[in-house]
Design a protein around this ligand. Structure first.
Ligand code: ADP
Ligand code: MG
Length: 609
């Protein structure tokens, strides 16, 4: 028998390699945009058609390639980015394997145009299924444009494996986000066909996050807290979401040295820091950027390069955990621990104080996350706010950082139980708008409408999640007429609305009779307007924003149902409102980040006399 082993032709070898690197249109987008960044571009334009099936086009104004390099770029293991194995350990570029273009060209029809600044003419190459059809010189702008047409045209099995347009589109956007969020110094645009979906101007990280995930309705900058910790081992910077904005599916991003990474172990550190501050089904938003010595990480373990191994994983875990807890402690808890415990005008909340413990480690000044190393937590001024509680049994200050807080569900109901003490309380309503009461450090002012919005929002959200809102039947049902094109959007939220107590009867394909509304709503006048608003919200939500639909619905309803300014309240009503407010985990802010309360300190008052 003759020998049976032979080398695979390049085109076949490339196709096999492509299976790992190029799984879907989003993988192409990732590789091309990363290459553009590596080429020093300050502007990158992405165009996709049919969710990337028929076209993915990436244009940059970077270095460009010479004729020879342009041709070489499609060879497997052709790269300008590393030369010796040692380079792998000090990587600063996004790509390094020299596989991407070879893989893409094996499974698609590719057109490349590229010109370096110093060259008068650029290069045009056409290549499909690893075969070069054309290479010629011609006029073109400085930089590089790749057109990837008909992905998987020669691999029908792969093509069939692709998901619906919506799914592929969200993969495309996710890859786009992962890159733009680490390159705020680069301008990006993203087109779907002719339509510009994103145009991201050069900015900083915080504004870039806002550009990508914020909207007129959802002002992100009020929802984010900054985190920062710089040690010899690592610099951790970024932003985390206030606990009250946690939602079922949240934006969660880790980056290391300018590269997106998945890291389940670090994820756990963040989640634990939020323990007791958010409900179990909710997830916090985070955008956390690590910088470490490239020698201490290995990114060479996975072809798509999102899993990264760190040399000092456990130490980094502790630093991350302490950093996040500190940020949460500093911002979230302060006004709630400011109440008096003695005296006629006490606000009687001390009984359950234990149950609103903020994350524990931040109160223990001797807590040392590194065992015997020399790490020292800086002294925080705000710790003085806790004075007066030291004598409490199970004092916050003495809490053992190694004991994990109890699950949060008990906290929510037991936070306040002040029935019998509440009679002592004196409230004063100012201008039918603010509720004023005395607290330990001075005078507390509460915005009545915002307080009520917070209370109702929490209630509505709970009802949606537990699917048990109460309904009040309308004596005169209202009718909502939908445009045919709005119908699918309405259908997307109809379940949530029913969980809240809405009762619909479909009377024609696009018409519904509203027979019942949530029990907390005062009347039905604004119901139709509200429902239309909600449909608009769903319509304009993109990608993951749809996931926080429940929050949007809860917020719109809360805003509609909340007491207004100008409404006068008696002492009992005020007392009730305040009890309810303080049983909300995040009573300091409205769901959209506005302050609910403010304290004028005794010192400030004294200064006036
Ligand atoms: P890698 O990025 O891992 O080096 P690729 O296959 O993605 O491998 O690219 C191969 C080479 O082609 C790169 O090393 C680079 O020299 C060149 N190249 C690719 N895209 C561009 C671009 N947009 N501008 C300039 N050069 C590029
Ligand atoms: Mg590359």
């Amino acid at each position: 028998m003759s020998d049976v082993i032979h080398l695979l032709p390049d085109s076949v070898a490339n196709q096999i390699a492509a299976g790992e690197v190029i799984q879907r249109p989003a993988s192409v987008l990732k590789e091309l945009v990363e290459n553009a960044i590596d080429a020093g571009a300050s502007y990158v334009q992405v165009i996709v058609k049919d969710a990337g099936r028929s076209l993915i086009q990436v244009t940059d104004n970077g270095d460009g390639m010479s004729d020879t390099d342009a041709r070489m770029a499609f060879e497997r293991h052709a790269t300008s980015k590393i030369t010796v194995a040692q380079d792998l350990f000090s990587l600063r570029t996004m790509g390094f394997r020299g596989e991407a273009l070879a893989s893409i060209a094996a499974v698609a029809q590719v057109e490349l145009r590229s010109r370096r600044e110093e060259d008068e003419l650029g290069t045009l190459i056409e290549i499909a299924g690893s075969r070069v059809f054309k290479q010629e010189s011609g006029q073109c702008a400085k930089g590089t444009t790749f057109l990837i047409k008909n992905l998987f045209f020669n691999v029908p099995a792969r093509r069939r494996f692709l998901k619906s347009d919506n799914v592929e589109k969200s993969h495309l956007l996710n890859e786009f986000y992962r890159i733009v969020l680490v390159h705020p110094d680069v301008e990006f645009s993203f087109y779907e066909g002719e339509e510009e979906i994103y145009h991201l101007q050069v900015s900083n990280i915080k504004i870039r996050i806002e550009q990508v995930f914020g909207s007129a309705k959802k002002k992100l900058n009020q929802q984010l807290l900054s985190v920062e910790s710089i040690t010899d081992l690592v610099s951790i910077k970024g932003f985390i979401g206030r606990p009250e904005f946690a939602q079922k599916s949240a934006q969660q991003y880790f980056f290391v040295n300018g590269r997106y990474m998945r890291h389940p172990y670090f994820h756990k550190a963040v989640m634990l820091a939020y323990n007791q501050l958010i409900q179990t089904a909710e997830n916090p938003t985070y955008f956390i950027y690590f910088e470490v010595d490239p020698q201490t990480i290995d990114i060479n373990i996975h072809p798509t390069k999102t899993e990264i191994k760190f040399e000092n994983e456990q130490v980094l875990w502790s630093i991350l955990s302490a950093t996040v807890k500190e940020a949460l402690g500093k911002f979230n808890i302060v006004p709630s621990i400011d109440f008096d415990r003695e005296g006629a005008l006490d606000f009687p909340v001390q009984r359950d104080y234990k149950s609103i413990n903020p994350p524990i480690t931040i109160f223990n000044t001797s807590y040392n996350p590194f065992g015997t190393s020399s790490y020292k937590r800086p002294q925080m001024e705000w710790e003085s706010l806790y004075r007066g509680f030291e004598d409490e049994k199970n004092s916050l200050v003495d809490a053992d950082p190694s004991v994990l807080p109890e699950p949060s569900s008990t906290v929510i109901q037991s936070r306040l139980n002040i029935e019998e003490e509440v009679t002592n309380n004196v409230y004063f309503q100012l201008k039918n708008r603010y509720i004023i009461t005395s607290v330990k450090s001075g005078m507390m002012m509460i915005d009545q409408r915002r307080a009520h919005i917070r209370i109702l929002f929490d209630q509505f959200l709970r009802e949606i999640q537990q699917k048990k809102g109460f309904s009040q039947q309308l004596i005169f049902p209202e009718t909502i007429d939908l445009l045919p094109e709005d119908l699918p959007f309405f259908n997307q939220i109809i379940n949530e609305l029913q969980y809240l107590g809405f009762d619909f009867q479909q009377t024609s394909p696009s018409q519904f009779k509203v027979q019942g509304i949530p029990a907390q709503m005062k009347g039905s006048e604004r119901i139709i307007l509200l429902l239309n608003d909600m449909v608009d919200i769903v319509k304009t939500a993109t990608g993951e924003a749809i996931a926080d639909m429940q929050q949007q619905i809860a917020l719109s309803l809360a805003e509609t149902a909340a007491i207004t300014y100008g409404q006068s309240l008696n002492n009992e009503e005020m007392s009730h409102l305040i009890q309810q407010l303080f049983s909300c985990p995040s009573h300091n802010y409205t769901p959209d980040g506005k302050s609910v309360m403010s304290v004028v300190t005794q010192e400030e008052i004294q200064k006036r006399f």
